[in-house]
Design a protein around this ligand. Structure first.
Ligand SMILES: Cc1ncc(COP(=O)(O)O)c(C=O)c1O
Length: 469
């Protein structure tokens, strides 16, 4: 038998090179993110060849491998850049990147008791809850809004139909109530939890795009009359499409009257409750809340959170007896309260970011993004060739159209072409979206590096592209 004389993997001996390069590349990247790029570079021939390499049997020297890595990153779309306005992104906050690098190195598994890390997670959840003004009794970090929404709705199902854990739906019919503008992850949750997508009542919205509470009450009554059990009302606190906030307090009244679980999907918008709590009135009454620190708290992915008010419901929903994972000191393992098993130490990045910046800097950054959206809206309103598709922004999304010079031209096709052109050009990155059947340019302002000149540049670039396509 051959003797095992050295470790087969690891960087020992090259630590200095690795750490030197890491420091150097991070410094260049962070400095670069502080200003816009003249354009987005595209992958050259060498990189394309590299990306079709077969599995390497032997490794390459570390400096060369890092060069290859940087070539990939440099030609990828980075949401950290100040002129990335697409979708609802994070922005790679440096303090949280540092926490991620350290947490990944220690490779802590939050599934079971992990000493100090296990004590830190509830503290970070408590800080998050206190920042948002939500009275959480339990909660944990997840991979994002989708998993948080599934987790919360699984808890609601445990409350409404406890036997579903053992018997499945067994002929019971359940329904979910939300706005027609709710995120698709709500439909996904209905599919995964055995309700089926037809059980999602996507209800009409009022003029301010919040769901109509009368429609929710009527749908619950109609379902009850048919023997269908209401699973939950999902209030979206910041829709992905337009940033609309459902009337949470009115929905909480309906839920209290009909004894229905209230879930708030604040994946995108909930952080704004820290600066404009009146718009989120009633959120504190919700049974569960989804919020994504990897969106409007600027953290790198993946970092979502799900918070609940009933301290026992998550364990009742997810607990299992497992002979291979004994509980420490009678305390249930975290995995008995989470959807995921192995779970990275995501709590650390929010914890370190709050430690470094304090809640007040986060509130200031959110206020800036709200001001960016108002500025963008005003610039659109002032411009003869631009038209807003909604009223003044509730949060930090603005949906608008550029009007082609030819009045007979197809406005939707024109705006889709503008978005594509801007995405290829790369000076600003913005997505298009359909708002009430109209194709809109739809920037979302959730980046702490964005400045007023960046907002003005976005409007100028849209107008320039609009004149050219
Ligand atoms: C309101 C809302 N809910 C849920 C999600 C899903 O979040 P994730 O992509 O982190 O799973 C999003 C994503 O944009 C969202 O905006």
């Amino acid at each position: 038998m051959s003797e095992i004389s050295s470790l087969p993997l690891g960087l020992a001996g090259a630590d200095a090179i690795a750490l030197g390069r890491l420091g150097q590349e991070l410094a260049t990247a962070w400095d670069g993110f502080r200003r816009p790029r003249p354009q987005q570079p595209v992958a050259g021939e060498a990189l394309r060849a590299l990306l079709s390499d077969p599995l390497p049997e032997a490794g390459m020297p570390l400096p060369e491998a890092i060069d290859a890595t940087m070539a990939v990153l440099d030609t990828s779309l980075a949401q950290s850049r100040p002129r990335y306005f697409g979708f609802v992104g994070g922005s790679g906050l440096e303090s949280a990147v540092l926490a991620d690098a350290l947490a990944e190195s220690f490779d802590i598994n939050m599934a079971s008791w992990s000493a100090a890390a296990t004590d830190l997670e509830p503290q970070a959840i408590g800080w998050l809850a206190s920042f948002l003004g939500y009275p959480a009794a339990d909660g944990h970090f997840t991979s994002g809004g989708t998993v948080s929404n599934v987790t919360a709705l699984a808890a609601a199902r445990r409350r409404v139909l406890p036997q579903a854990r053992t018997e499945g739906m067994a002929g019971h019919r359940l329904a979910l109530y939300c706005s027609a503008e709710a995120h698709a992850s709500i439909v996904r949750a209905a599919e995964l939890l055995g309700l089926g997508s037809n059980a999602v009542r996507a209800l009409p919205q009022r003029a301010d795009r919040g769901v109509d509470p009368a429609a929710v009450a009527a749908a619950i009554a109609a379902d009850r009359a048919e023997g269908i059990l209401p699973l939950a009302v999902v209030a979206t606190a910041g829709t992905t499409l337009t940033g609309a906030i459902d009337p949470i307090d009115a929905l909480a009244d309906i839920c209290a009257e009909h004894q229905v679980w209230l879930h708030v999907d604040g994946a995108y918008g909930a952080p704004a409750a820290a600066v404009m709590p009146e718009a989120f009135k009633g959120m504190e009454r919700a049974d569960s809340l989804t919020v994504d620190p990897h969106k409007w708290l600027y953290l790198p992915k993946a970092c979502g959170a799900v918070l609940v008010r009933d301290p026992d419901i998550l364990e009742a929903t997810f607990g299992h007896d497992k002979s291979y994972m004994p509980d420490e000191d009678e305390l249930p393992n975290a995995v008995d309260r989470t959807l995921e098993y192995s779970r990275p130490f995501r709590a650390l990045k929010l914890w370190l970011a709050f430690r470094v910046h304090g809640a007040e800097r986060f509130r200031a950054a959110i206020e800036c993004n709200l001001a960016h959206a108002r500025l963008a809206y005003d610039l659109v309103e002032e411009h003869p060739r631009l038209r807003a598709l909604t009223g003044p922004p509730t949060l930090s999304v603005v949906a608008f159209q550029h009007l082609p010079e030819d009045p007979a031209a197809d406005v939707n096709a024109h705006n889709a072409r503008i978005a594509r052109r801007l995405q290829r050009d790369g000076r600003v990155w913005v997505a298009s979206a359909a708002v009430d059947g109209q194709v809109a340019i739809r920037p979302c302002f959730v980046n702490f590096r964005t400045t007023e000149p960046d907002v003005r540049a976005l409007i100028d670039e849209v107008c320039e592209a609009g004149a050219q396509v």
